[in-house]
Design a protein around this ligand. Sequence first.
Ligand SMILES: CC(C)(COP(=O)(O)OP(=O)(O)OC[C@H]1O[C@@H](n2cnc3c(N)ncnc32)[C@H](O)[C@@H]1OP(=O)(O)O)[C@@H](O)C(=O)NCCC(=O)NCCS
Length: 140
Amino acid sequence: MAAIDFRVATAADAPGVLAFWADAAEDSDRPPDSPEAVVRLIARDPAALLLAEDDGKLVGSVIAGWDGWRCHLYRLAVAPSHRRRGIGRALVALAESRFAEYGGRRADAMVLDANAEAHRAWSAAGYAAQPNWSRWVKPL
Ligand SMILES: CC(C)(COP(=O)(O)OP(=O)(O)OC[C@H]1O[C@@H](n2cnc3c(N)ncnc32)[C@H](O)[C@@H]1OP(=O)(O)O)[C@@H](O)C(=O)NCCC(=O)NCCS
């Protein structure tokens, strides 16, 4: 396999990222994404969306969300053709480097209870569930 390149996304990547997520990301129980939302994310935080590419083809993503207070990880996904090669682990490590630059001290991820594959990947990266907390949501 050729080396994987990692880079920060730009607004021009939005359509490609949406197509990639349709193929590679976990999409249960969530509002639909849109190119406008990706462009808005990048406008607000130009370093948040990190991508992995294999010879120019998008094969991985993670959103390293830093809001000035906490560090949140979203949209960790690796192309089915490229899984178990360390790309997910590398994306999480990149996101954590970003958080460390800002002084972040703890990162978290939203993970579906039924997503066993993701549990293994997050566990391998050093994350653990907090069973004493729940997510409380309200649609806006
Ligand atoms: C979860 C996901 C991002 C992992 O990406 P990946 O690039 O395959 O992960 P890595 O190769 O970096 O794996 C790192 C470690 O995680 C663990 N792991 C990852 N996937 C695993 C699997 N399917 N089974 C068992 N262990 C797994 C292993 O310990 C692995 O290390 P190893 O390969 O040396 O044993 C990928 O499976 C994916 O895109 N899934 C669909 C989208 C998704 O559910 N995202 C998470 C949303 S919370």
